[in-house]
Design a protein around this ligand. Structure first.
Ligand code: SF4
Length: 440
């Protein structure tokens, strides 16, 4: 007699933090013997982890829900859009359940209610390190949830609440498990990585019999000592971030800092409720580069924030020229339902926003091109991500997966994802590098 395995279709939308939520739910589903299916037809129930960060993401999530209801009919919604429960339920009254983000327990109980697990223990096997949605050689490590800031353009605190740091021993256990399952690069994520432990008053815990503080610096060092590449994302520019730069210079963690600055003009930063002194930031960048000359600085900016004048925008362009950041992302401001910035005076017209975005990217592209050209001739370590018909593709220590550039490798043999090789940079453009493998 054929045995029906309860099957879940899982759709994960949104940012790396949402991906971590998805991984946790999928890990638990697999541990309980559910199968994860790639299509609606073979799924008994579909779970959609939604995103609501910007209007486009809301639209994408709403479309995904409509499609799943249409194709399958039994749908559970979780994630940031789910936090706006009224909105989702009003549009889709036939959903089985709706939960907010970071609600693995609620999602699991909704699944149990509508599709009880199979009790065959053979189906409950789970690979070490859980189920990863990222390739096996890198993994996102979420260290906290929520945020104590109230940036006026952002609704994350209202969706996810104030900062709640994970116990440091749990984070370390997870990191160790991932590394023993083959992960070579840990991408540390949260809403506010440098605030880690603030809510616990930097509680002392024990890990491997030794005291370890629930704090950004101590966690960074302890993770670095596990032997994998450790990359810090979403680092709010607090002064104590400076303390982590020597760890980068010493090779304990990657010389890479993803520090969203958002703008450079004092009044705009104040209106955003962000730290508002660009002079200080420039001084600190200079200091970081003195301590760790190889540091790669990534940042994101918003152009066309309400009230931004041409002069304020030009100040931002000047900041870019002086700061010479390595990797930069930019967005034209778009009002997010529920953000306090929506009420600010003098919104910038759409065509001006788009024009500024283009000018911003042109300035940064030249900087990026020059910065990458300066690396030609250097020998660097490259982590292999995969290969295409032309050869192996990897990333340098200065490239985070999915958001930064790639390194196209000439001359590799028998390499597999996660291998780390030494290669000489031979060419560059505004985004990517080309490199030749060096003989050991
Ligand atoms: S620090 Fe980040 S997550 Fe927190 S409110 Fe500001 S933009 Fe949102």
């Amino acid at each position: 007699m054929s045995h029906h395995i309860p099957s879940i279709g899982f759709i994960s939308l949104g940012c790396p933090k949402a991906l971590v939520d998805s991984e946790q739910i999928i890990t638990r589903l697999r541990a309980e013997g559910y199968a994860i299916q790639p299509d609606y037809k073979s799924s008994d129930v579909v779970v959609i982890n939604t995103c609501a960060f910007i209007d486009d993401a809301v639209e994408e999530s709403m479309q995904a829900i409509a499609e799943a209801l249409n194709e399958n009919g039994k749908v559970i919604v979780t994630g940031c859009l789910g936090a706006k429960q009224g909105v989702v339920e009003k549009s889709f009254p036939d959903l089985l359940a709706v939960t907010g983000p970071h609600a693995a327990d609620e999602v699991m109980s909704a699944i149990h209610q509508h599709l009880p697990p199979d009790t065959d223990p053979k189906l409950s096997l789970i690979p070490p390190g859980g189920i990863k949605l990222t390739p096996r050689h890198y993994a996102y490590l979420k260290i906290s949830e929520g945020c104590n800031h109230r940036c006026t353009f952002c609704i994350i605190p209202s969706l996810r609440g104030d900062l709640v740091s994970r116990p440091v021993a749990d984070v370390m256990d997870e990191a160790e498990g991932l590394i023993s399952a083959g992960v070579r690069e840990l991408l540390v994520v949260s809403q506010d990585t440098s605030a880690y432990g603030l809510d616990t008053r930097y509680r002392d815990e024990f890990w491997r019999g030794k005291p370890l503080k629930t704090r950004f610096l101590e966690l960074s060092r302890a993770l670095g000592e596990l032997g994998a590449w450790v990359r810090l994302h979403y680092v709010y520019p607090y002064p104590h971030v400076d303390d982590a730069i020597p760890l980068m210079a010493q090779g304990v963690i990657l010389p890479y800092l993803d520090v969203p600055l958002q703008h450079a003009n004092y009044d705009i930063l104040k209106a955003m409720k962000r730290p508002a002194n660009a002079e200080n930031v420039l001084r600190r960048i200079e200091k970081w580069r003195d301590i760790c000359p190889d540091i790669t600085l990534r940042s994101t900016f918003i152009v066309g924030f309400p009230g931004e004048t041409e002069q304020q925008f030009e100040e931002l362009l000047e900041f870019l020229e002086v700061a010479q950041l390595d990797r930069v992302g930019a967005f034209a401001y778009s009002p997010v339902d529920g953000a306090t910035a929506n009420a600010l005076a003098n919104p910038v017209a759409e065509e001006i926003k788009q024009d500024r975005l283009q000018r911003f990217m042109q300035v940064q592209e030249k900087i990026s091109e020059q910065k990458l050209a300066n690396r030609v001739g250097r020998v660097e370590e490259i982590i292999i991500d995969g290969e295409d018909e032309e050869g192996f593709i990897g990333r340098s220590k200065g490239d985070a997966p999915e958001i930064d550039g790639m390194v196209f490798i000439e001359g590799g043999h028998d390499l597999k994802a996660g291998d780390i090789v030494r290669a000489k940079i031979t060419a560059s453009n505004a985004h990517d590098l080309w490199a030749e493998i060096q003989k050991p």
